[in-house]
Ligand binder design. Structure first.
Ligand code: TNX
Length: 536
């Protein structure tokens, strides 16, 4: 009896603590628990619950109904509405019809490029208003609407990201978020050369980047170990130069249709693709494919190791520039985005004079085919053309030539290797990655300021940030995810959130709340001990 009474008492207290726990679980996510941190958050009483009959109402207007612009924005709003519906249907099990019928209830996506109140939002900003009656997302550009949808996802319970029906409830806290990015360039790089990643793997990563409002995908398409993009005028580059990878596996390359599909998919997630052909170093795959590109006319064998700095295009030979012109012409034609990255790093086998001469000839070719040059920051040791963008990957911020170039007008993307390189090990026990720039734990990765990192650089020359992921040690999507998460969202926050929001102790709580979302999505992240993950 005593035991029975005890059992009753303990089960009663278990059930009351379970209901307390349920209530806590059901409390909607506070509006400011979002990564990247929004620019402005004004909580209000109440909440909105998505229900079985909730419609997604889409509208686009320029203010002058019926004009072409209005049609275009209506279509764009519809596309984002469809994307949102597809994101929310599996876990809710609701139909969430996307409709152009107006109404003051439901989830409302409004694209109003010319509305007076929307002007300050720019192309990428959005306003999210949540009341008991509706969730209203307003933006000027489709990118803004799309980024707002990512915020909305994070305000729902983590189980919204599961692929099968969950119990809900699907409540969102009341209030208003008004959000705009700090920087226009928020990028991630994937090295598909050292190990090749197929179209579906790239799409998977794009979907993950989009969660954190990354708007640029830099593809490192060529290196010593592999040439990964078909070039019709030099077919052996991909067919032979792409036939292997680090460790000697089969490699691979993108056909032009594959590449177009990546570009299309990236655009559907509001990312611009920046292709890179790394030159004049990092070119063994090309040199192995065409003997005439070598100064001695002898093709080296394909390379499957991980050394850097041993290869160079032959700067004095004219055929080198036929090759460069053809490659850039074909790649520019395939690439709708305005940028083309020509590498330029670690050209240790090219003399300084040759390096400068090469860059003097190649940069105008990029311009000739209508693109803006991006290069690794060694380009600042040559003569960056007007409008060129240099990508900084140093570690100490003391490089005078980078600061001088910036003062002279070269714009910068910040990827300091000891902060932003996603291929650096987290600590001595990390099974993947490298450590030449040191260990990069989550805090180290987050705790720096792109505006002040390089001494003597005017703040206005910083275009933004990029998190590069080199793939010498990475072979699978799980490997990518283990290195990218949780560091990538931190770099994304540096690119998006206002400088005033920068605070590790607050950030670590917000990023911790992403853990259950990654679990729900099947993202194989690193459980950094620096982050207070809610699930143990
Ligand atoms: C340096 S950073 C490189 C790459 C390597 C990377 C490995 C840069 C522009 N070049 O070739 O893959 O280190 O961390």
């Amino acid at each position: 009896m005593v035991a029975g009474a005890g059992t009753t008492a303990s089960s009663a207290s278990a059930s009351s603590s379970a209901s307390v726990k349920d209530a806590a679980v059901a409390a909607p996510t506070p509006l400011d628990r979002v990564v990247p941190a929004p620019a402005s958050v004004r909580p209000a009483a109440g909440s909105y619950a998505i229900r079985p009959d909730t419609p997604i109402r889409v509208s686009g207007s320029t203010g002058s109904e019926g004009s072409d612009g209005s049609d275009r924005s209506a279509r764009a709003a519809h596309r984002v509405g469809d994307y949102l519906a597809r994101a929310l249907r599996p876990a809710t099990g609701y139909s969430l019809p996307v409709t152009t019928r107006s109404g003051d209830d439901g989830i409302r996506l409004r694209l109003t490029p010319k509305a007076a109140g929307a002007r300050t939002l720019g192309e990428e900003g959005y306003r999210l208003q949540v009341t008991g009656r509706a969730i209203t997302l307003t933006a000027r550009g489709s990118a803004g609407l799309f980024h707002g949808v990512q915020t909305l996802r994070q305000l729902l319970p983590a189980s919204i990201e599961r692929a099968t029906r969950q119990s809900g409830p699907w409540r969102v806290s009341g209030g208003t978020i008004t959000d705009v990015p700090r920087y226009a360039w928020r990028s991630a790089m994937l090295d598909v050369s050292r190990h090749f990643f197929g179209v579906d793997q790239v799409k998977r990563y794009i979907d993950q980047l989009a969660l954190y409002k990354i708007n640029t995908l830099h593809l490192h398409l060529s290196d010593d170990q592999g040439w990964r993009i078909a070039v019709d005028s030099w077919p052996k580059l991909a067919e032979f130069g792409g036939s292997t990878q680090v460790g000697g596996g089969p490699g691979g390359y993108y056909t032009k249709d594959d590449y177009r599909e990546i570009v299309r998919y990236a655009a559907s997630r509001e990312l611009t693709v920046v292709p890179e052909i790394d030159m004049p170093g990092h070119t063994n795959a090309a040199l192995a494919s065409y003997a005439e590109l070598n100064c001695d006319g002898v093709a080296p064998p394909l390379y499957t190791g991980t050394e850097v700095g041993f290869s160079s295009l032959c700067v004095p030979k004219e055929v080198t520039y036929d090759f460069v012109d053809d490659v850039i012409r074909e790649l520019a034609a395939l690439t709708p985005g305005p940028y083309l990255h020509i590498g330029g790093d670690e050209a240790h086998s090219t003399s300084h004079e040759d390096y400068v001469a090469f860059m003097d000839r190649v940069q105008p070719v990029v311009a000739k085919y209508g693109k803006t040059v991006v290069g690794w920051h060694q380009l600042t040791g040559a003569h960056p053309v007007e409008g060129a963008i240099a990508q900084y990957w140093g570690t100490d911020g003391n490089e005078k030539e980078v600061a001088d170039a910036a003062k002279a007008g070269t714009r910068l993307i910040l990827s300091p290797a000891n902060r932003a390189y996603l291929d650096m090990k987290y600590d001595a026990n990390t099974p993947l990655g490298q450590s030449w720039a040191g260990y990069v734990e989550a805090k180290q990765s987050y705790d720096w300021d792109p505006a002040t990192y390089i001494k003597g650089v005017p703040e206005s020359s910083v275009l933004g940030v990029e998190a590069p992921l080199w793939s010498e040690t990475l072979e699978t999507s799980a490997h990518i995810e283990y290195m990218a998460f949780p560091r990538l969202p931190g770099i994304a926050e540096l690119g998006w959130a206002p400088a005033s929001a920068h605070n590790w102790d607050e950030y670590k709580v917000r990023v911790a709340a992403q853990g259950p979302r990654w679990d729900a999505m099947g993202i194989a992240y690193y459980r950094s001990p620096q982050i207070p993950w809610p699930n143990g």
